[in-house]
Design a protein around this ligand. Structure first.
Ligand SMILES: NC(=O)C1=CN([C@@H]2O[C@H](COP(=O)(O)OP(=O)(O)OC[C@H]3O[C@@H](n4cnc5c(N)ncnc54)[C@H](O)[C@@H]3O)[C@@H](O)[C@H]2O)C=CC1
Ligand SMILES: O=C(CO)COP(=O)(O)O
Length: 333
C-alpha cells in the first residue's frame, strides 16, 4: 500500500476544518493551521472546533497548530483562509510546498487579483490548483456526497498527482485546467447569493429568484469571457452548481446576509464584528469596479454593491426592474 502523506490545511474556519476532516477519513494525518489559539487548543484537546464548526466531531488524525513552520516540508497544502488575507498568510509561510490547492472564494480588494495570481506571486515555484464547487462545510464534515471542480494549472500530469490525494468515496473532484474559470465562478456566485437573499428578505417570490439566478449567471459568463474563463467551466460545479446551492439556502452566509438586508437590517451593522466571513460583501465592490473599468454589463452585481453601501434594497430592485427591455443576449446595462 502506498504511503499516505500528511496534508496541510491553512485556515481552520468552517471550510478548512471540514476539508481536514474529509481528508482524514482515509486515516492519514492532517496538519491544520488555525489563526486563533482557542481553535488550536480545542482541536488538539477536544477534537472540536467550537468557533467555526461546532457540530462536527473531528478525527484525532487532525493536528492543529498556530505555527506555519509546522507545515514546512509537506508536499501538499490546501489554503482555506478568507480571500482578503490569503496573500498575507502565504507571505508568512517559511517554505512554499510543491502543491498549493486554493479553496478560498474571492478577489483581493486592493489589487483586484484572483487568488491564483495572489498565490503565484507568493509561491512562484508551487503548482497551483483551485478546488471549488457546491460545498457547504457542515455537509462535507458529515461525509455527505459532494462533487467539486479541481482545476490544475499543470494540466493532466498535475491532476494525476494531486487528485488521488484529495478524492474520497464521498468527495469527488472533476478535472479542469481552467484555473481562472474555477475561481471566477466561486467569487461571483457569492455576490449573487447575497442578491438572492435580498429577494427572499423582501418577499419577492420564487420567480424573481429564478430570474436572478439566470440573469446573474449571464453576468458570470460575460465577466468570465473577458478574463479568459471557459463557458463550459462556468456551466459546471464551480459556477452554476455553486450558484444554485448558495442562492437557495440560508445555510449560505451570503444568502443569509442578503436576506437580513432585504428584511431591513443595516449593512454596516451586519458587517460589524462578524466572526464568520460572507465573501460576497468583500467581492462586490471590487467586482463592480472591474466591471465598470472593463465595460462589462453587470447590473445585479452593481446593484448589490450599492445595497451593501447602505442604499434601500426596495429602491434598488425597482431601478433594476425599470431598465429598458432587451433580449437576454444583449450585453448592455
Ligand atoms: N464555509 C463553507 O461552506 C465554504 C467556504 N468556502 C470559502 O472558504 C474561505 C474560508 O471560509 P470559512 O472556512 O467558511 O471561514 P469562516 O467564516 O468559518 O471563518 C473565518 C475564518 O477567517 C479566519 N481569519 C479571520 N481573520 C484572520 C486573519 N487576520 N488571518 C488569517 N485568518 C483569519 C478565521 O481564523 C477563520 O478561519 C472563504 O473564502 C469561503 O468563501 C468555500 C467553500 C465552502
Ligand atoms: O461557498 C459555499 C458553498 O459552496 C459557502 O457559501 P457561503 O460562504 O455563502 O456560506
Amino acid at each position: 500500500m502506498s504511503e499516505r502523506k500528511t496534508i496541510g490545511v491553512i485556515g481552520a474556519g468552517a471550510w478548512g476544518t471540514a476539508l481536514a476532516q474529509m481528508l482524514s477519513t482515509d486515516g492519514r494525518g492532517v496538519m491544520l493551521w488555525a489563526y486563533e489559539d482557542e481553535v488550536v487548543n480545542a482541536v488538539n484537546s477536544a477534537h472540536r472546533n467550537p468557533l467555526f464548526l461546532p457540530s462536527a466531531e473531528l478525527s484525532p488524525q487532525i493536528r492543529a497548530t498556530g505555527d506555519l513552520a509546522d507545515l514546512a516540508r509537506l508536499d501538499m497544502v490546501l489554503v482555506v483562509t478568507p480571500a482578503q488575507v490569503l496573500g498575507r498568510v502565504l507571505a508568512d509561510l517559511p517554505e512554499c510546498p510543491r502543491d498549493l490547492v486554493l479553496c478560498s472564494k474571492g478577489i483581493e480588494a486592493g489589487t483586484k487579483r484572483l487568488m491564483n495570481d495572489v498565490a503565484r506571486a507568493a509561491c512562484p515555484d508551487s503548482a497551483i490548483a483551485v478546488l471549488s464547487g457546491p460545498t457547504f462545510a457542515h455537509e462535507v464534515a458529515q461525509g455527505l456526497p459532494t462533487a467539486v471542480t479541481l482545476a490544475c494549472d499543470g494540466g493532466r500530469e498535475h491532476w494525476d498527482r494531486i487528485s488521488p490525494e484529495i478524492a474520497r468515496p464521498a468527495f469527488r473532484p472533476y478535472y479542469s485546467d481552467d484555473v481562472t474559470g474555477a475561481e471566477i465562478g466561486g467569487a461571483i456566485k457569492n455576490v449573487l447569493a447575497i442578491a438572492c437573499g435580498v429577494v427572499e428578505g423582501l418577499g419577492l417570490g420564487q420567480n424573481a429568484r429564478a430570474a436572478l439566478i439566470a440573469r446573474g449567471y449571464a453576468e458570470m459568463l460575460r465577466f468570465g469571457e473577458t478574463l479568459g474563463a471557459r463557458t463550459e467551466t462556468l456551466a459546471g460545479l464551480c459556477g452554476l452548481g455553486d450558484l444554485v446551492l448558495t442562492c437557495s439556502s440560508t445555510s449560505s452566509r451570503n444568502f443569509a446576509l442578503g436576506k437580513a438586508l432585504g428584511e431591513g437590517q443595516n449593512a454596516a451593522d451586519l458587517m460589524a464584528d462578524r466572526r464568520t466571513v460572507a465573501e460576497g460583501a468583500h467581492t462586490a465592490p471590487v467586482l463592480a469596479e472591474l466591471a465598470q473599468e472593463r465595460g462589462i454589463a453587470m447590473p445585479i452585481t452593481t446593484a448589490m454593491n450599492t445595497i451593501l453601501q447602505g442604499e434601500n434594497p426596495r429602491d434598488i430592485v425597482a431601478a433594476l426592474l425599470a431598465r429598458p427591455l432587451r433580449s437576454e443576449q444583449e450585453e448592455s446595462e
